[in-house]
Design a protein around this ligand. Sequence first.
Ligand code: EPZ
Length: 448
Amino acid sequence: MDKLLINGGRRLEGEVRISGAKNAVLPIMAAALLTSGTCVIKNVPRLDDVSVMLSVLQELSVRSSWHKDVLRLDCAHVSPVAPSPEILGQIRASNLILGPLLGRFKEAEIGACGGCSIGCRPMNLHFAALEALGSKILPLETGYFAFAKSLQGNVVHLAFPSVGATENLIMAAVLAEGRTVLHNAAAEPEIVDLAGFINTMGGKISGAGSNVITIDGVKKLNGAEYTVMPDRIETGTFLVAGAMCGGSLRLSGARAEHNTALLAAMQQAGISCTYSMPNVNERFEEESFITLHGGGRPRPLQVVTASYPGFPTDMQPQLTAMLSLAQGRSSICESIFENRLAFAKELKKMGATIQTQDNCAIIDGVAKLNGAVVKAMDLRAGAALALAGLAAQGRTVIEQAAYIDRGYEDFVGKLSSLGADITRLSKQSEQGKQIKKITTANNCRLVV
Ligand code: EPZ
């Protein structure tokens, strides 16, 4: 796997453009399966997870072309065959083909999906929601088979506001008969983007972005053109990089209204950010921005991750890295995933003082981190270790750095353009880059 070599201690200065959101483009790609038309998706980031999702769609006979950041998906010849487990098993988001295949074909057979080993990540909430519309989910040796004579709208309640379960339910209900009202839905901005895309196809979805989403079933959906929202987690990752390294950053395309919890935490930590006010009526991402003026040690914080609009779990590792340099004791509790603090032991190799217990980390800030050889165990942990390396004294080598490529477009290029001394070792050539087999330790059985 690729490694990153970082010589730390340099300030970051300049401007980077935030790419399209990984966690919005993946469900939007899956939603294209809902139509026999052609979809044109813009602002698509060059990420390994997007490449894997495209391979999944191609196994379903989607015809595609991907030029720069524009992805065309022709779904006229789609058939609900079971994609190969080797590909499905590489990303968690492969489970998002379940809803659209059920919605359009009333059947779907898929194997166990993959995903970072940050927790067990079962599918019970997805299955309960889809069964509430009248489908049956049968466990198979290698995964499960879902089918339905017809899908009927219903009132559905999610026991937990699962992002993926919300997305699968929306994509099945949009072609069901009648109205579905989903309670305790996830309210993440990526859900709003998915609903926006499906409504552009002719869907009738309201309430996305709140915890009650109403979907009125329609007979057919058409091909559509859509521009993906900017990535709020990439935005947060670069903000934390600026806070840890010092310097001045401008993140063009970033949307402050998607990052309110992080911006509040940064303000509390004494780090000043300015940003364009959200224009809630239009989608002027190009004119939106966030700037940060970093420097000095942050004040300590007490943070608990939560579903949106709470502090995002996908920013927990990066904030943990930042708080390892705070002037005092901080705590950060992970309430979404049961194994997302495992990377703390890698941070401790760099001199961080962290004790973890019951999914909480107590962090006693130190004045400086030291470079070390550390291992990325998942996407966001890898990014967090890179930020620590950028701020540390000396040289850091990050092993298994390919995890970072799953969720950050041109991570090395963007940081280098800001003055970071970061290089990739044993990079595979872009041309003919094989879909890497990213194994995960996610060996939990699916319980239905
Ligand atoms: C999405 O994962 C994101 N991935 C994750 O981002 C993100 O961390 C997560 O939402 C929470 O915000 C994509 O959008 C591709 P969940 P998802 O269903 O949908 C439990 C990243 O780094 N759960 O909201 O898989 C689950 O185990 C990735 O970009 C069940 O118990 O997350 C977890 O503890 C990591 N049963 C919690 O709910 C279920 O059926 C939240 O999961 C489903 C989920």
